[in-house]
Design a protein around this ligand. Structure first.
Ligand SMILES: [Zn+2]
Length: 78
């Protein structure tokens, strides 16, 4: 009986240790690394209507500038 209790205590200890390690690893290596996202490498433009910043390839070109959406292009140029 004593051996069983010791075994359970050891298993519980190992389980707790592994859980702690998992948390440690997650804290050290977050799944989304904030360093150097690809968006920062793109040229960013600002919509003059709402002020939102968006990548240059996603912007809509108008007569007076670049916009985030057709609605804002119409709003600014109508
Ligand atoms: Zn906008």
């Amino acid at each position: 009986m004593k051996a069983l209790i010791i075994l359970l205590a050891v298993l519980a200890g190992v389980w707790l240790w592994r859980n702690g390690r998992k948390k440690d690893l997650a804290a050290r290596n977050p799944p989304e690394k904030p360093s150097a996202p690809p968006a920062q490498l793109q040229e960013m433009v600002r919509c003059p209507v709402c002020g939102v910043h968006l990548p240059r390839p996603d912007a809509l070109e108008g007569r007076l500038g670049l916009y985030c959406s057709t609605a804002h292009r119409q709003q600014a140029e109508s």
